[in-house]
Design a protein around this ligand. Structure first.
Ligand SMILES: [Zn+2]
Length: 453
């Protein structure tokens, strides 16, 4: 298995995204967790950008000693010197220098020629190298750079001493096949490339950041730059948890390994959300609230029989405490029965049918039936039964030949007593009254399954 270096930029590229800025103690807390997670490189900040960034890089470099600590710098001496000041206490420092190489950036942003760009890149890498052995160079906007010029710049910075060459898809523009080809082009045309690590840095503007990163690895990249929860500029960076778990779950197709302790993925994600106050979308792969939730009846039934039916990885493997069976209108009797048991109520088939019928109507109204609702429902049904039994007992003392009574017996049909009719449950949205009308019959398992297909 080929070893892939995980370069985490949650604290630099991630932190640059709206709403995700962190102060020094918060960055330090996150950096400790990234260390526990097993990332190889922590890009701790952009020291020239602010006093806070400088202080964070310095603080992290001082106390987080296992991973490489990287600091970002533009290709100019004041940035590189400042980065080095922040990093010099690190056990394993890395200076990460970047300079745009696409014509559009050269012309409109930097207002320099290709030749000036080439010279500036060499000069910057040489300066960084004079401070630090470990130097990474990124030709910003590489995917929109003329590949010939890109190879020329990469060859020059490798000769100047860069040890990692990172190819950024800065604007999230490339596609997997194209990006794989670009990595191959660099490997085939750059002298000395075999002596350095090729890295990929992808943004998710087209939702392709993870796919592009994996394509780059397949083409020979051995470092990926990514963030927890995929936070980052605009649509974000490639998501660390998705890249890592794709390799972990599909070693047959992605025969690569990382040092990531996957059980720390969910805790890391939770910590980041807690610090930034930015929630993860519920359907986010790996660490979203619903990533291991199963609501459809047929899925729940399969899951309870054997989790492999619908789970390609266990929630425990990524640190999610337990797989969550959400009780909603698509749930079947099996899941409902199990939840009732967990709440301390065991029902036989006939009783469960009754609970299920009421449950379906309730679920239609309040979407997610929480335990508290279920308990109210069970209690109402039990009171109803007790009342019905009382009625029967009273009826026994009345002569059976009174015709009006047999038609009014509570157990005929699916009569609902006053108690059930008047029952109401409180949901997040307020008070929901319990339905007056009994629902259609759901008498066999096949019908449960149809809800979920
Ligand atoms: Zn970026």
């Amino acid at each position: 298995m080929e070893r892939i270096t995980i370069f985490d930029t949650t604290l630099r590229d991630g932190e640059q995204s709206p709403g995700c800025s962190m102060n020094v103690p918060e960055k330090l807390r996150m950096a400790h967790h990234l260390d526990c997670l097993g990332v190889d490189v922590i890009e701790a900040g952009f020291p020239i950008a602010s006093e806070g960034d400088f202080a964070a890089v310095q603080a992290i470099a001082a106390v987080v000693r296992r991973p490489i600590i990287a600091g970002l710098a533009r290709a100019c001496s004041k940035d590189i010197e400042r980065a080095w000041q922040a990093l010099q206490g690190a056990a394993r420092p890395r200076i990460h220098v970047f300079l745009a190489t696409s014509d559009i950036h050269l012309k409109y942003k930097l207002r320099i020629s290709r030749q000036q760009c080439l010279e500036q890149a060499i000069e910057a890498v040489s300066l960084a190298k004079s401070f630090c052995d470990d130097v990474e160079f990124s030709p910003e906007d590489a995917t929109r750079t003329d590949p010939k010029f890109l190879c020329q710049v990469v060859e020059a910075v490798v000769a100047a001493g860069a040890t990692t060459v990172n190819i950024p898809d800065t604007v999230g523009y490339t596609t997997p096949v194209e990006f794989g080809e670009l990595i191959c082009t660099i490997r085939e045309n750059v002298r000395g490339i075999e002596n350095v690590t090729i890295s990929a840095h992808c943004h998710d503007d087209l939702g392709l950041a993870v796919a592009n990163s994996l394509a780059a690895i397949a083409a020979g990249a051995r470092q990926v730059e990514c963030t927890i929860n995929g936070i980052g500029e605009r649509a974000g960076n490639a998501s660390l948890e998705e890249i890592v778990m794709a390799m972990r779950v599909r070693p047959d197709r992605l025969a690569y390994e990382t040092e990531i302790v996957s059980e720390e993925l969910f805790p890391a994600s939770q910590m980041l959300s807690e610090i930034t106050g930015v929630a993860v979308q519920p359907n986010k792969a790996i660490i979203g609230r619903n990533a291991f939730a199963h609501e459809a009846g047929i899925h729940q039934d399969g899951m309870l029989k054997n989790p492999l039916t619908y789970e390609i990885m266990t929630p425990q493997s990524v640190g999610v405490p337990d797989s969550k069976l959400v009780l909603g209108k698509h749930s079947g009797r099996h899941a409902l029965g199990l939840r009732c048991e967990q709440l301390g109520h065991q029902f036989d088939r006939h009783q469960l049918d009754e609970v299920y019928r009421h449950f379906v109507v309730l679920a239609d109204q309040i979407k997610h039936v929480e335990d508290v609702h279920l308990l109210e429902l069970i209690s109402a049904i039990q009171k109803d039964r007790a009342a019905a039994a009382d009625d029967r007992a009273r009826m026994k003392s009345i002569p059976l030949d009174v015709p009006a009574f047999s038609a009014a017996r509570p157990e005929s049909g699916h009569g609902h007593s006053k108690l059930l009719r008047s029952m109401s449950v409180s949901s997040g949205a307020g008070h929901v009254s319990f339905p007056l009308n009994p629902m259609a019959e759901h008498h066999n398992d096949q019908e449960d399954y149809l809800w979920g297909v």
